[in-house]
Design a protein around this ligand. Sequence first.
Ligand code: DGJ
Length: 745
Amino acid sequence: MEPNPLNPIYLRAAGVSLLIDLSSGEPSVLHWGADLGGILPDLSLAGVMSGPVPHSALDIPVVLGLLPQASSGWRGRPGLRGHRLAAGNGGRDGVDGDALGIGVDRDGTRRGFSARLRLTGCRATERSAVITTADAQLGLTVVTEVTLHDGGLLELRHHLTNDGGTDYALEELAAVLPVGPEATEILDLTGRWCRERHPQRHSVQQGTWLRSARHGRTGHDSSLLLAAGSLGFGNRQGKVWATHFAWSGDHEAYLESLADGRSVLGASELVGSGEIVLAPGESYLTPALFAAYSSHGLDGISDAFYAWFRGRSKHPSTPRPVVLNTWEAVYFNHDLTVLTSLADAAADLGVERFVLDDGWFRHRRDDHAGLGDWYVDPNVWPEGLHPLIAAVTDRGMEFGLWVEPEMINSDSDAARAHPDWIAGPGSGLPLQWRHQQVLDLVNPQAWQYIYDRLDALLSEYRIFYLKWDQNRDLSEMGHAGGPSVHEQTLAAYRLLDALRAAHPGVEIESCSSGGARADLGILQRTDRIWASDCNDALERQTIQRWTSMIVPPELVGAHVGPPTSHTTGRTHTLSFRAITALFGHFGLEWDIRSLTGPEHDELRGVIELYKEHRTLLHTGRMVRADLPDPALLLHGVVAGDGSEALFALVATSTSFSEQPGRVAIPGLAPELSYRVEVIYPRPLDPDREDPGVTGRDAASTYLQTSAPAWLATGVVASGQFLSESGLPMPILNPEHAILLHISAA
Ligand code: DGJ
C-alpha cells in the first residue's frame, strides 16, 4: 500500500504508545512512551513536534529515523553500517572493482557507504506496522516490523536485503528507539559466574553507555535489561524505558545521549569481521529488540514482559513440577543404587521431576572428557538408563536428562574421529575452557550427528525434559576460516527447533554455566532458564529479583540447596532457602537422602506449600516494594484479580534501625479487605507445645522479646490501608525471610 505521509503511524496498548511520522520521507519516531490519548494535534505533526535549528548545525531540524542515518543528519551512532564490495573484491563476477572507478560498480550500483534509505511502502494496523525503506542507487531495502503487543511490549526488527549487483558487507544493523527527556538515570545488569544479573546504576551524561557482549553466548555479565528512567525511578514509581535484545550471540546494547538533547536506546548484533556479507538478493534479519515503557517504575516493565511471555501459545501451561536435580547431590558419582535411593527420597517428599545431570555418557567420569560421545556409558549403565528411568517413573515422577550438545572434548571419540568438527580460527585451536571446545554446528555433518544422537536418545527413552547446558564462551569462534558466532547461534537455534518439532512433549531448560544464556532468543525455544549455579539463598535474592524483571518466575529455575552452599560456604535455614526458591520454578538440588526427621517433614511441608500456591506464583503480577531500609526486601506475587497474594519479607543484612517499623505492602486492590498472615516460618507461640512443621526456624528467624500483636492471629485490613500505612513487621535476623499469605477476606 502507498504510504500516506500525512497519516502518522500511531500504535497504542496498555497505556503505551508509539508515534511514527512519515512526512519527512523516512519513518521517524516522534514518541515512544505513555499513551498520548485518542486525539493528536492536527495536520503536520512533524511540524508541531520538530524543534528549532541551532547555530552551527544542519540547516533543517534533524529527524530521528527509525533507522538513524547520517544522510538525514543524524550525528549519533548510525543504525546501519556496511559497505558495498566492488565486483572482484568479493563480488561475484571476478571483475577488478578498482578498475571501474571510485564509487561506481560495473552495473551502475553506487559503491556506497552512506545509505539514503527513504520510504517506499507502509502497511499498518492498530498494533503493528511494516515499513519499507530503500536506497535504489545503493541497492538496499530495509523492511522494519514494529508490533505493540497487548501488554504494551514493543517488538522491533529490521530485515535488510541486498538488491545490488555485488556483495554488501554488513557491519551493523541496529534497532533504536528514543527515550523521553526525563530519562536521566541508566540502569543495567552485570555479573559473573554465580553472581549473575546484579544492577548497576548511574546518571545519564552526554556520550554513549555501551555494553558489549563478546562471549559467543549471551554471557554471565550480559545486561538482561538496559533501562533509562526519571530521577530516582524505583520499583513502583518513576518513568522507565527499558529494552532487551533477544539474541544469544555477540551483541551490543547502548544508551546514547547526544549534544542535541536527544537520547536513544539501541541494540545490535555484534558482527565479526567479514562475517555477514550479503550476496545479491540475500537478506539479513536482526534479532528482535523488545522494549517496554512504564510510568510507574520497574514493576510496570515486568508487567509488559510477563504479559507477552504468558500470551505465547507455547508458554508452559501445566503446573510447573517440583524438580530434583542430581548435580549437587551426587555430581559425577553415577550409581544406580545411590540414584534409586535418591529417587525414593524425592518421591516421598513430593518431587515430580527427577533430572539426571552430567556424567551418564561415555568417558564422562569427570569434566575432562566425553562431550560429543552422546551414548549411555555401558560401564556405568550396563542396561542403559532403563533401570533408573523405570525407578523414577514407577515412583510417579518424570525423568529428565542433562546434555551439552554444542560442545566437544578433545578427549572424546567424536573429536578423535572428526577433529575438523572442533570450531576454531582456521589454524590452531582456541584455548580450552573447562577442558572443552565448541562443536562446529555450522558444519552440516556435525549438526546432523548431534541431532541424530539426541533424537535417538529421546526416541529410546521416556525423557520428558532436557537440561540443555552450554559451558563456555565461544572464543575465536570460526567456521571455514571466517568468524561464525552468528551462524553458530542460528545453528544452535535450529537444533533446538528441530528437536522440539520432532519431540513436542519434551521440555527444555537453557543452562549455561548457570545463567549465562538468559535471553528471549533462547527462551523462545526453551521452557525455562537456570538462573545461576549459585544456590545460596542470599545471592539468589538478587539474581532472581533482577532476572524476574523481565522473565516471569515460572521460567526461572530456583532450587533449594543443602544447608551450606556449595558455591559460597554460607549456611542458611531451610525456611530462607525455601522462601527464596518459591519465587521461581521450584526444585531441590541437595542430597536429600541425608535429611533428618524434622528437616524432612519441613521440606515436605514446603513442597506442599509450593504446590498449593504455584498457580498464583506463576500467573500473578510481580510486586516489589520500594523500602527505605536497604537491609530489607519485600516482594510478592498478586493474583490478576487482586484476590490473593504471597509476599516474602527478606532481611539481607543487619538494619540501621532497631526494628523495621511499618512496612507498606503495595500492589493490592485498594478497595478489598484482606486477611494477612505469616505462614512460614510461623512465629513461636509460647502457648503451643508444637510449633508446627513450618515453625522449626522461628527461633533463629525472629529476634525480639515481643512480636507485633497481629503476628499471632493474622489481621484484616484493606488494600489501601496495607499499601499506605502498612503493618509493623517483626524483627528478622539477617539472611532470614518470612512468607506472608494475603487473601481477600
Ligand atoms: C554447569 C551447570 O550450570 C550445572 O548446573 C551442572 O549442570 C554442570 N554444568 C554439569 O557439568
